[in-house]
Design a protein around this ligand. Structure first.
Ligand SMILES: [Zn+2]
Ligand SMILES: [Zn+2]
Length: 246
């Protein structure tokens, strides 16, 4: 049986993203440590998400310490794609100071379009500085053309995630299981690495990739295409060094 090593979780949210979690970044670092992670990335929602951080949060966070309680910390953002042109909710000047950005489609910011239009919007959004990951492209509410999206991702050194929340039986996204299978199949065929994400809001699910790991096993996904198992390589990829990519 294939084993996958999870040492990093970089799609997480603290109290700063709103949504009812009361856990601070310090709480989450403690959880990451007890769960055996060595790298934690905090990716609060961009300012267009109701109740999330303002621009001033993202201006200051790049100065925060990179190691706390023995855990390496990356400071990113989960951006909202705003429109078909792929505009996002932080200016490029601010993005360039963060460690990485995830691009996602969320209601009420982005109204679902056709698969072709949604795919175009994702591809346009890849041009912004620090965009390295596509957030929950498995969400059936926002259909996409996976082959076209993931080929463009490969060309732009951007990586899709397998989002554990999308695989929950009572999840609010739709068709996450089947769509994640499709993402894994295309990634396997073009040797595009994937990121597993807990998308934890607060401590409760930091490092929890349980459903995603089951799916990887079921799909016989090659372990060398998993970004979470090598935190040093993941950090180098975030900083724009792609020498170790397959
Ligand atoms: Zn999201
Ligand atoms: Zn998220």
């Amino acid at each position: 049986m294939t084993t996958y090593n999870i040492l990093a979780d970089i799609h997480t949210h603290s109290i700063s993203s709103g949504h009812g979690s009361n856990d601070t970044l310090t709480d989450m670092i403690k959880c990451a440590r007890t769960r055996g992670l060595t790298l934690l990335g905090i990716s609060e929602h961009g300012p267009d998400t109701p109740g999330s951080c303002s621009q001033s949060y993202f201006e200051g966070i790049s100065l925060a310490p990179r190691y706390r309680m023995g855990i390496r910390i990356l400071y990113g953002v989960e951006l909202n794609i705003r429109n078909l042109q792929g505009d996002v909710d932080l200016p490029d000047m601010l993005l360039s100071r963060l460690d990485y950005a995830i691009i996602s489609m969320h209601p009420p910011v982005f109204t679902p379009q056709t698969a072709d239009c949604n795919t175009d919007a994702y591809i346009h959004a890849m041009k912004h500085p620090r965009v390295r990951f596509i957030g929950h492209a498995d969400d059936g509410r926002y259909p996409v053309d996976y082959r076209r999206l993931l080929q463009a991702a490969r060309d732009n050194h951007v990586f899709p995630e397998i989002n554990n929340v999308s695989l929950l039986p009572d999840g609010y996204r739709t068709n996450g299981y089947e769509n994640s299978r499709q993402i894994l199949a295309v990634c396997k065929s073009i040797s595009l690495p994937v990121l597993l994400s807990s998308d934890s809001h607060g401590c409760a699910h930091v490092g929890d990739m349980s459903h995603s790991l089951s799916l990887l096993s079921e799909c016989n996904f090659p372990p060398h295409l998993l970004l979470n198992s090598n935190p040093d390589r993941l950090c180098r990829i975030c900083s724009g060094n792609f020498d170790e990519l397959p």
